[in-house]
Design a binder for this molecule. Structure first.
Ligand code: FAD
Length: 308
């Protein structure tokens, strides 16, 4: 079965959460070992500005670089950060060997009186990454950092409209983004709409669908709370009424496979799997998709430099 409309093999990537305690660390290490067998193009590591979570992200990135064959994509958020602290972090990423950064704003603090940082939007972080990159041409051997950004098939919760989000995506491309990864979504047509509207607006970077195999209703609800994306009522009902864990697992995998297949039908250049640090669903999705696993040719140009 053909899984992508472009000639290049589709990229494959996973998202991991940095563990914050020993039990979580053991589970993430076994997930990493399992995911490594699928030879992904990169593994993204989420980020949060609190000191403990920032350190956990840096430690996981370092672990991936030193102890595995996996290439990390470092998420970085600019909310609540100064220009100097961000510059230092980007430099640190480069010195560790990171060659791909997902440039994000992060969620605004719940307390409206709290300082939001020097950069109000992700596009300014992209510009800073490009500035730091220019200062590190020797370390990068003249190469460039792959810079990804977030895209929203459903309107971003703070945004006045979906069309505004598309303009923001265009602005992020013009600031130097190489590709986008979508927020979770539940209807295949939402990805189609995003891609069509973005292309009409002049966005030319790849828009990689972010999909997640959900195997329980509490997980779906938690995800919805985290992202602001309303849970799909049909999926919620199916997960709630399923008779066993095995059935819930199958429902989640089938839904994710369907979204990924439809996105490939729309020309998606790859697929990004949100794992929740649980490899079983992701591995089953990959098996069903039968992705050709030579690392994507696109890796050099838009995701991560192959030299890591
Ligand atoms: P932006 O692109 O800056 O957009 C934020 C809001 O501002 C949007 O409503 C946008 O429409 C609006 N906006 C942007 N520019 C302008 C402008 N010039 N004028 C007016 N309005 C504007 N969060 C984390 O904390 N850690 C993570 O690791 C993380 N990983 C993520 C990975 C992916 C793939 C995705 C999709 C999201 C991730 N997030 C993460 C969540 C993300 O930080 C939030 O969705 C955040 O609220 C917005 O981030 P952004 O980069 O899209 O911001």
């Amino acid at each position: 079965m053909s899984t992508a409309s472009s000639a290049a093999p589709p990229s494959l990537s996973y998202e991991l959460y940095p563990p914050v305690n020993r039990d979580a660390a053991e589970s993430v290490f076994s997930t990493i070992a399992a995911l490594e067998t699928t030879d992904p193009d990169y593994v993204s590591v989420t980020y949060s500005g609190s000191p403990a979570r920032r350190n956990a992200s840096l430690e996981l990135i370092e672990h991936l670089i030193r102890n595995t064959r996996l290439r990390p994509l470092a998420h970085l958020t600019c909310v609540g950060e100064s220009r100097d602290s961000l510059q230092n972090l980007i430099r640190h990423f480069v010195s560790l060997g990171v060659r791909g950064v997902l440039a994000l704003r992060g969620d605004l603090p719940a307390d409206p009186g709290q300082w939001c940082g020097e950069f109000p939007f992700a596009r300014y972080l992209i510009e800073l990454i490009r500035e730091v990159e220019a200062d590190h041409t020797a370390a990068l051997a003249g190469g460039r950092l792959g810079v990804g950004v977030a895209a929203y098939p459903m309107r971003h919760p703070e945004s006045p409209s979906f069309e505004h989000d598309v303009e923001v995506l265009l602005a992020k491309e013009r600031s130097g983004a190489n590709y986008a990864i979508t927020q979770v979504y539940f209807q295949a047509g939402e990805y189609t709409n995003l891609v069509q509207a973005s292309r009409r607006a002049g966005v030319s970077i790849p828009i990689i669908p972010g999909v997640i195999p959900l195997n329980s209703l509490p997980r779906l609800n938690r995800l919805s709370k985290m992202t602001g994306v309303a849970p799909d009522p049909i999926l919620a009902h199916a997960l709630e009424t399923a008779g066993s864990d095995a059935e819930r697992h199958r429902i989640g995998v089938d839904a994710a496979v369907n979204l990924a297949r439809r996105a490939f039908g729309d020309g998606a250049a790859g697929v990004h799997l949100y794992t929740f640090n649980d490899h079983r669903g992701s591995l089953d999705v990959i098996e069903h998709l039968e992705l050709p696993r030579t690392r994507s040719d696109l890796t050099n140009t838009w995701a991560i430099r192959a030299a890591v």
